[in-house]
Design a protein around this ligand. Sequence first.
Ligand code: SF4
Length: 397
Amino acid sequence: MRYTIPDYYFKFKCTADQCEDTCCAGWQIGIDEASEQRYRKEKGLFRRTLRKNINFHDSVFRQQPDGSCAFLREDGLCEMVLQMGEEALCRTCHYYPRHIEEFENEREITLSVSCPEVAKILMSRREPVHFLHKEDEKEETYPDYDPIFFDQLQEAREVMIQILQNRSLPASVRAVLILGLAHDMQLRFDGGSFFTCQQLYSRYQSRKAASYASEWLKSKENKARQTAYQEGHPHTTHQEGYLRHPEKDSAVAIFSYLYNLEHLRADWETVLRETESLLFKEASENDRDSYRRISKEFGAYIMTEYPDWEIQKEQLLVYFISTYFCGAVYDGHIYSKVRMAVLCVWYIEELLKARWLRNEKFLDTEEVCEIVYRFSREIEHSDQNLEAAEKIPIPFP
Ligand code: SF4
């Protein structure tokens, strides 16, 4: 068995009762079978509390009215750990924020950025992330598993990470390159010629591909600008021009998908409404071109005042690609895995843009960490949301 971890793995330390937003709230924690048996068999004084706080029928911990785990005390400590010791924790609580992707003879362990401490580690890191491997003698066989396909995916992922960590290019160009690579890989997979993908790797790492991706992005921007101008022509009514602003329309439409996902925290909708209002509504009432102007101004602010976001974007893209890309071995959805990674970072950037506006055009790493962990909690801790996110289109005009 081969185990893979990111090189910042051992930097994590749970801050427990000092945590700014405990992981023991906001989602329903499922209990694994072994832990459930242990809780059922508990004989001591704590038995009564266990019976009260656990829904044995659905194998979940009950929640308090505010959504926190029934075992979470006001001082931020866990009653179960205090009474039964850490070894009594169920699998989910024991491993969190570790996230394990399981493949035949492979375990890829990451730290979820839904934990504020992990978000801080990743967002404060400047050097590119590397991955460490370890092997032991264990072996397993999965039925209907294609190890050759998995090896190919791993190889492609390495290439994508190399592209993403090429800091001579803007992060947006790197994102377009991995999207293009994944798109072409998907075509080959669907057409039964996946084995020819190696030809693509050097192509997508070439200067020619980078300048093509850069030109492609510029042409999309110009097209949106031109269409916006035409839409705003005097022959078009103000209302039509406002409604048919392509760049904004695309952003509004893609952003709206977030409302249809499962919401894990009660206040998440408020965050979405506030973002929508700041980016797409408030300023638009007097300024038809406001979304473009806000985005442009935000881009200029990032370049001069907060260049770290360019590195943070890279770390997030690498995080999403390293965590989810190889899952394509189970469903063949190569392109959607990459599209989801790019989309998640786009969503985070939109949320940040709104936060920057709310803060009178100021942003720092603390704000970025908060947005990152809150977004991750909503998307990454719901299989339903992850599945839905793979189907959301990319917001290009
Ligand atoms: S969110 Fe992270 S730091 Fe906070 S209590 Fe949970 S594991 Fe610890």
